[in-house]
Design a protein around this ligand. Structure first.
Ligand code: UDP
Ligand code: MG
Length: 321
């Protein structure tokens, strides 16, 4: 059994000054109990990614790192959003870890599950997904929007795991594979299942949020739109289909109006004209919008801008500190 492997917990933190110390303390406790029990190697640790916070988050990360050899921190040059902060953490951690677990700073996801993640990993899994068994602790609004999102994604042919957010373990080779994905529009939940390898699922219950979310509806909608257009061309196909249907209807319309014309009824038809103009105008704008969404994606991808810059790092050189 490949025992005694180095585990790293990667935690993106954006303006988390209020909870970071407590969260770090609880994670350290968990980590030390695992190391103490000999389940993971002594060099295991926590990587805190400060996603360009504007509060005292980085100061706290530095203080935590000074006080605890297990903690390391990187600070991104500006706020880049959860997905990229997570990516930066994963890419940094893969250099000196055998397995990495990503989780949110507010510890809404039960950290007791980490034991089971590690077990699955030691039984040979390369990717272990944390899946929430129930969403009772969420507000009705969050629950229903999340469900609509999953349904929509699946309907568009994007296979994402129901009730899995970004709480997961990945082995080093899964991370190496992940690092080959160069897309700028990051949607990890969509990419990770594409990697293959041995995948496992661990279910758990998620706690209610203790602080207001950093994912308001606007960001959720953007993430959904990004998720769909980065992984599926179904929207464009639907527009083609719509175009075909409209073409058929137009043919019928042409025949109908031709007959009306032949019968000398040319003055009537103001209402139908207005309808046609409105409906076609709306559809054309919609179609242009969807196509534009994809062209925008291509534009961003072609530029291939760097995803993030690290402004400062503390204690990231693995065993040395
Ligand atoms: N986060 C981040 N950058 C951002 C927004 C959020 O790194 O721009 C981090 C945040 O610190 C937390 C995680 O992403 O660790 C999830 O954020 P939050 O808990 O607000 O989202 P929710 O739990 O509501 O999905
Ligand atoms: Mg949260």
């Amino acid at each position: 059994m490949g025992k005694q492997e180095i585990l790293r917990l990667v935690v993106p933190c954006y303006n988390e000054e209020q909870i970071l110390e407590e969260s770090a303390a609880r994670l350290l406790e968990k980590l030390r109990s695992l190391t103490g029990a000999g389940k993971i190697a002594a060099g295991s640790g926590i990587l805190l990614v400060d996603d360009g916070s504007s509060d005292r988050t980085w100061e706290i990360v530095c203080a935590l790192q000074e006080a605890n050899p297990e903690i390391a921190g990187i600070r991104l040059s500006r706020n880049r959003g959860h997905q990229i902060a997570l990516w930066a953490g994963l890419m940094t951690a893969r250099k000196n870890s055998d397995a990495v677990i990503s989780l949110d700073a507010d510890l809404q996801d039960d950290i007791e599950v980490i034991d089971r993640f590690v077990e699955e990993f030691q039984n040979g899994a390369d990717i272990v997904y944390g899946v929430r068994s129930c969403r009772d602790t969420d507000t009705f609004f969050k629950r229903s929007t999340a469900e609509a999102f999953y349904r929509l994604m699946n309907w568009f042919g994007v296979k994402i795991l129901f009730n899995h957010a970004d709480y997961r373990l990945m082995s080093r080779r899964a991370l190496e594979a992940l690092s080959e994905y160069r897309e700028v529009n990051l949607f990890l939940r969509g990419i990770v299942p594409l990697l293959g390898f041995r995948q496992a699922v661990v279910t758990y219950e998620r706690k209610a949020a203790e602080r207001p979310t950093h994912y308001p509806l606007r960001k959720m909608l953007l993430l959904a739109l990004d998720g769909i257009t980065s992984f599926s061309v179904t929207p464009i196909r639907l527009i083609t289909l719509l175009g075909i249907v409209m073409l058929g209807l137009s043919a019928l319309g042409v025949i109908y109006y031709w007959i009306v014309y032949l019968n000398g009824g040319t003055v009537r038809g103001w209402t139908s004209q207005v309808f046609i103009i409105l409906i076609l105008g709306g559809l054309q704008l919609f179609a242009t919008g969807v196509i534009g969404e994809y062209i925008g994606k291509i534009y961003m991808e072609v530029k291939a801008r760097p995803r993030y810059f690290i402004e400062e790092e503390r204690g990231t050189d693995g065993e040395k500190r």
